[in-house]
Design a protein around this ligand. Structure first.
Ligand code: PBG
Length: 306
């Protein structure tokens, strides 16, 4: 009766890693909770989640061919295109998100175009905008730029509008820390940087004021929803964004946040289900409307089994 914050399936979005080929549905490593899937298997895989009422699905394309200048985007995105079309056809009302970032698409594993071992921010914008337009044209509802280049929300919004994709929304990774918690994801997405780190485009965890500048810029540039990540280490930032903006707020419970709980539970140190519920409800209490979480899948399957 008196519960304030709760976690419902409709508040959760499930990420999937779309790989080329056919007949594949595999966990990236034992108990990672990160699922790689081919386009032909995705609709069947997602059906019970849709049935249970999951809030949405987020696609990350993981091409096996890499290109450092964005010239192969259409070919690289073909599995994501097939996956999107299959989901769109079978579940017309399912909300589909797709990642916009180059780290899985380039041989160096950085999130934008690289020149002389440094990110070429402005040159990256055109490639990211092209990626967003392609994804929008396949039937994605919200493109989700996680690349963290400056100015990409405006570039993407402008390119979508120029292509008459007015109804495609932008879920902006507004505050994304250069974090130690992305390890299992980089495995599943084949996206680890081959040199250096991401600190020239992702944020230092200690900077609260800079975080405010980051999400305010994204609002000015036309974002439709804002995302903060990781979630558990940024509950105060989620609260700040909630207080300062009336846009929908997303938080991403990232791969390493889940891995900590799995590893601790495997050692018998804590109860996974209770600890997971506590983290999710805390993220909601901080102010997140939606949580992108690998827990969406097991929760949906458990709800269906009941
Ligand atoms: C790509 C991206 C990353 C994550 C989401 N998009 C990794 C990174 O920036 O290196 C991490 C998500 C997770 O760990 O679950 N830019």
């Amino acid at each position: 009766l008196f519960a304030e914050s709760t976690v419902e399936l409709r508040n959760l979005v499930m990420p999937y890693f779309v790989v080329p080929g056919s007949g594949v549905l595999r966990e990236s490593s034992a108990n990672s909770g990160l699922w790689q899937v081919t386009a032909d298997r995705l609709a069947d895989e997602v059906a019970p989640l849709v049935d249970a009422g999951v809030g949405g699905i987020m696609l990350f394309g993981v091409p096996d061919q890499k290109s450092d200048d964005g010239s192969m985007l259409e070919a690289q995105l073909l599995p994501t295109r097939r996956a999107t079309e299959a989901l769109r056809q079978r579940f017309p009302d399912l909300v589909l998100f797709a990642d916009v970032c180059l780290c899985s698409f380039t041989s160096h594993g950085h999130c934008g175009i690289v020149r002389d071992k440094a990110i070429a921010n402005d040159e990256s914008l055109a490639v990211l905008a092209k990626m967003a337009v392609l994804l929008g044209s396949y039937g994605i509802d919200f493109v989700s730029p996680s690349d963290m280049m400056d100015g990409r929300v405006a570039a993407i919004r402008g390119a979508l509008d120029e292509s008459c994709l007015y109804d495609v929304g932008v879920l902006s990774y507004a505050v994304k820390m250069a974090s130690a918690f992305y390890g299992p994801f980089r495995d599943a997405a084949n996206s680890a940087p081959q040199f250096g780190d991401r600190k020239s485009y992702q944020m230092p965890a200690g900077n609260q004021r800079e975080a405010r500048r980051e999400w305010q810029l994204d609002v000015e540039e036309g974002a439709d929803a804002l995302l903060v990540k990781p979630a558990l280490t940024n509950l105060d930032i989620i609260r700040d964004v909630r207080a300062g903006s009336d846009l929908p707020i997303f938080a991403y419970q990232v791969s390493g946040e889940r891995a900590m709980l799995v590893a601790a539970a495997e050692k018998g140190l804590l109860d996974f289900e209770r600890a997971m519920e506590e983290t999710l409800v805390s993220i909601r209490r901080a102010g997140a409307d939606v949580i992108v979480s690998y827990e969406a899948r097991p929760r949906a399957l458990a709800a269906r089994a009941r």
